[in-house]
Design a protein around this ligand. Structure first.
Ligand SMILES: [Zn+2]
Ligand SMILES: [Zn+2]
Length: 179
């Protein structure tokens, strides 16, 4: 009996210390800092707007979730150094969507007002752009359509921030389904 107890207990205590080593306890207690953070491993880390607070178009917003360049299912904002901004959503890692915006200035395929703004006001230099997550849409606990909820939140943000107004670079037809 003594031998059996020894073999049962020892592997469990080893496993617990292994969890601590790889940070599993941190994930379980959800103590990640809120706000936007660099992922530390993408080409666009230098252009993420870090921190908890975002100010744009007269709005001051506190980000209440942990978001980094690789966060998916997020309503994001692309801000320009001159104060203009664009609001969008993505189901892909946020930096990949930002890369599409950057490339669109060269290719001309993307959001027309954003492309024209960077071409005409900033000589096509996308270094004036920063991106950040406004709100992460979590997976629904009891089923439901996560993508539709993402679309709904995006439209709400565009209306709240008047992203189709003077400083906004969204086009009115991006919200057809919800207005
Ligand atoms: Zn990154
Ligand atoms: Zn600008």
């Amino acid at each position: 009996m003594l031998c059996i107890s020894f073999f049962l207990v020892t592997p469990i205590s080893l496993n617990l210390s292994r969890f601590k080593e790889i940070g599993v306890t941190n994930c379980l207690t959800s103590n990640k800092p809120t706000g936007n953070h660099k992922c530390g491993d993408c080409f666009f880390c230098a252009q993420i707007n870090q921190g908890k607070y975002l100010a744009f178009g007269g709005i001051y917003h506190t980000v209440r979730q942990f978001i980094n360049c690789r966060t998916k299912y997020v309503v994001y904002i692309v801000t320009c150094s001159c104060g203009h901004f664009y609001i969008g959503k993505t189901t892909c890692p946020m930096f990949e969507r930002f890369r599409e915006h950057v490339n669109s200035v060269r290719t001309g395929k993307g959001c027309p007002k954003l492309i024209n703004h960077i071409r005409e006001q900033h000589g096509s230099d996308t270094q004036c752009l920063r991106f950040a997550g406004l709100e992460l849409v979590p997976a629904p606990k009891y089923g439901g359509d996560r993508h539709r909820e993402l679309l709904r939140k995006e439209a709400a943000w565009i209306i709240r921030a008047t992203a189709i107004g003077p400083l906004g670079l969204n086009d009115r037809n991006e919200m057809n389904a919800f207005i």
